[in-house]
Structures are given as structure tokens and as C-alpha cells.
Write a protein that binds this ligand. Structure first.
Ligand SMILES: *Cc1c(COP(=O)(O)O)cnc(C)c1O
Length: 382
């Protein structure tokens, strides 16, 4: 029996909601799209929400809507999922990395200003593993330099900093719904903004460059306009099947947050007394919606020792992961931009010693105990 790294939490309610769409004639651009977008905008407290088929397409559309392209630079973190950087590159712009704060694992606000040049158009901070720590400082710097903030909030649905929800800090922000995220639609993403023009542009770009129609029902009334395309666009639509799943999942978000907080608490209690481990900092005066539980081996451990711990955990049927590989050291990034080991030392040093433990809503106390006991036994043998 494996203990998995991640599992979605799907009940009969989700299954029924999906089946109801399948029994209807509206599989795409139907009422569930509108309902999901409105529910999501309401939950975050933002004027407009635009659903797309992935978090990556959402980030890419933010670049296009903000007019970011060739010759432009966007500042982001090398300690993130690859899409934070590739969405910038897809638009033709250059990701400029700034190292992280070792305490929060988010972009280090103190290191941002030296990275700003005449070509900088935006800052793309990531709430890594769900933590919004430092986001307010990033926004202050952006405001001072008149730069847009595009929040990659893909890991932080439900988090808040000083009472302000993640997703409300940036000019635009993006959430994602892959099955390992806090809520899932199978695949999917959501762009949020208070700016109607930016939202309308995203609505058009996700739908082959057709004129924006804020409500899906206008598709039918607009009739002949269906084959009229105002600009180069894409097919990044999210089907009503996915949206129906998302509506039910979003309605359960407080329950999900509580379940995940409990699992994190078990891990923290069971591992607290082990000085070979650096546990995730958890909330720094913020309401943390846990995405994953990633700890680090103490500084004295090498990358090879960490890798052998990962291997030993897997041989004991426990799924673990090494979130993340530094983005700047991915082979195609090295080839294109010439980055090398040593460029972002904090990120590199953290990446060498991370271990993501199994983490999902319905992980039991017994299972977390097995994970902790196994990890300690493996470290004892090391
Ligand atoms: C999940 C995630 C995304 C988007 O992923 P998709 O698979 O395209 O939905 C973007 N950025 C970060 C940091 C993520 O964790």
C-alpha cells in the first residue's frame, strides 16, 4: 500500500454536478462557466474572474493583456514551478530572476531593486507552497517603480496576509486547478482583476480573439459574430464540465483548508523535536492555506544524502518529491540564458535539501505517523 504524495478530494456531490452538465446541451461556454467565474470573484473579492484551461495559460494571457512582449523583462523567482518563468517567455519577454528569502522561500523583496532595469515591465511574485509572506513588500517596491504586479497565486487559494486575500495584491492574479492544488477542476485556471479592460481582453484571447462577451449567453445571441475574430487569440476555454466540478470544490474551500491545516499540524507536532529537520515556517501573521508540506534537511546534509532519503522513502512505499529544481538551472534555461550554478545561491542551497511529504485533505493521523516514523528511521541509518 502506497502513501501518495497528493490525492484529490472528490465526493458524490462533485460527481453529480459533472453528470448534470453531461445531461445538458451546454458542455462549453454555458451557465456553469458564468457561475464558476462569479463564485470565484465573490470568494476572492475581486470584480472580474476569467476561467481558462490551465494556470499556465492564465499567466500567459496576463502578459498579453498587459502588453508585455519582446524586449520586456519580468522579475520573478527561480524557486517555483516552471510555468512562472515559461509564461513570461511564451510572450517573448525575459524572466529576470531574484533570489529568495531563506525564511519565507518567497522572492526576497530586498533583492528586487537591483534587478530593475529600463526594460522591466512587471514583477511576478509566487506564494510558494501557499505562503503569502513578503507579498506586501513586493507590492510596495512595484508601486514605487510603477511596475505591474502579476500574482502567481496558483499555490495559495485561500491564503491571506494581514486579512487581505491572496489574489487581491496584483493588478492581475492567477489561480490553478490541477488535481494537486487546493481545489481541482481536473485541469484549469482562473485570472482575476478589478480592471474591466484587462478582463475583457483575456475573455477575447481565451476564445480565439473573438469580441469579448462578458456572459456566455451572448454567444448564442451574437449569432453571426461567432466567426468574427478581432485579434490573434487562442483556445484556452474551460469547459462547463470542469466548471461544474470547480463550483462544488470552491464551496468546500473552508473545509479543505481546515483538513490541510490539521495534517500540517500533525506533521509539525510529530517532527518538532528533530534537529535534523527544518520544518516549514507556517503562517507569519498570515492565514495560510496549505498547498504542500515541504521540509528541509539541516544545512549539514548534502544533495546526495537528500536524494538517498527520497529513494529510501519510495522503497518503503511513501511518495515524496524534491520541490523544486531551480528554474534557472533547467537545461533549456541554461542553454537560452547562460545561467550557471552559483547565480542564485539561496535557491540552490534550499533546493538541494527539500523533501515534500505526502499531503492531502484526507491523509489520516495514522498515515502521517507512518511517514514521520519512516523518515526518522531512514535518517537514523544515514
Ligand atoms: C500549478 C502552478 C502553476 C500552473 O500550473 P498548470 O498546471 O498550468 O495549471 C503555475 N505556477 C505555479 C507556482 C504552480 O504551482
Amino acid at each position: 500500500m502506497w502513501i501518495y504524495l497528493s490525492r484529490p478530494d472528490i465526493t458524490e456531490k462533485e460527481i453529480e454536478a459533472v453528470c448534470a452538465v453531461l445531461r445538458s446541451p451546454n458542455l462549453s461556454l454555458g451557465p456553469k462557466l458564468v457561475e464558476f467565474e462569479h463564485a470565484f470573484a465573490d470568494y476572492i473579492g475581486i470584480k472580474r474572474a476569467v476561467a481558462v484551461n490551465s494556470g499556465t495559460s492564465g499567466l500567459f494571457l496576463c502578459m498579453l493583456a498587459l502588453g508585455i512582449g519582446r524586449g520586456d523583462e519580468v522579475i520573478t523567482t527561480p524557486f517555483t514551478f516552471i510555468a512562472s518563468a515559461t509564461s513570461i517567455m511564451m510572450a517573448g519577454a525575459k524572466p529576470v530572476f531574484v533570489d529568495i528569502d531563506p525564511a519565507t522561500l518567497n522572492i526576497d523583496p530586498a533583492k528586487i531593486e537591483p534587478g530593475i532595469t529600463g526594460g522591466t515591465k512587471a514583477i511576478l511574485p509566487v506564494e510558494v507552497f501557499g505562503s503569502p509572506a513578503g507579498l506586501d513588500n513586493v507590492c510596495e517596491i512595484a508601486q514605487k517603480h510603477n511596475l505591474a504586479v502579476i500574482e502567481d497565486a496558483c499555490e495559495a487559494l485561500g491564503s491571506a496576509l494581514n486579512g487581505k486575500k491572496v489574489g487581491t495584491f496584483g493588478r492581475m492574479s492567477v489561480f490553478a486547478f490541477y488535481p494537486n492544488k487546493q481545489i481541482t477542476t481536473g485541469e484549469g485556471g482562473m485570472i482575476l482583476t478589478d480592471d474591466d479592460d484587462l478582463a475583457d481582453m483575456c475573455v477575447s484571447l481565451r476564445n480565439q480573439g473573438r469580441g469579448p462577451h462578458r456572459f456566455a449567453s451572448q454567444k448564442r445571441s451574437s449569432g453571426g459574430n461567432w466567426l468574427s475574430h478581432e485579434r490573434l487569440g487562442y483556445n484556452f476555454r474551460l469547459s462547463d464540465i470542469n466548471c461544474a466540478l470547480g463550483i462544488v470544490q470552491l464551496s468546500r474551500i473552508e473545509q479543505f483548508k481546515a483538513k490541510r491545516r490539521q495534517v500540517a499540524k500533525w506533521y509539525q507536532e510529530m517532527l518538532a523535536d528533530d534537529d535534523r529537520l527544518i520544518l516549514p515556517a507556517g503562517p507569519h501573521g498570515c492565514d495560510m492555506s496549505w498547498f504542500v508540506f515541504v521540509l528541509r534537511l539541516a544545512d549539514s546534509f548534502t544533495r546526495r544524502q537528500r536524494d538517498s532519503v527520497l529513494e529510501a522513502m519510495r522503497s518503503r512505499n511513501i511518495q515524496v518529491a524534491d520541490y523544486f529544481t531551480p528554474v534557472h538551472l533547467q537545461p533549456f534555461m541554461v542553454e537560452q540564458f547562460g545561467y550557471k550554478r552559483g547565480d542564485f545561491p539561496v535557491t540552490e542551497s534550499v533546493c538541494e535539501r527539500t523533501i515534500a511529504l505526502p499531503f492531502y485533505n484526507n491523509l489520516t493521523e495514522d498515515e502521517t505517523a507512518v511517514v514521520c516514523r519512516t523518515l526518522k528511521e531512514i535518517l537514523d541509518k544515514n
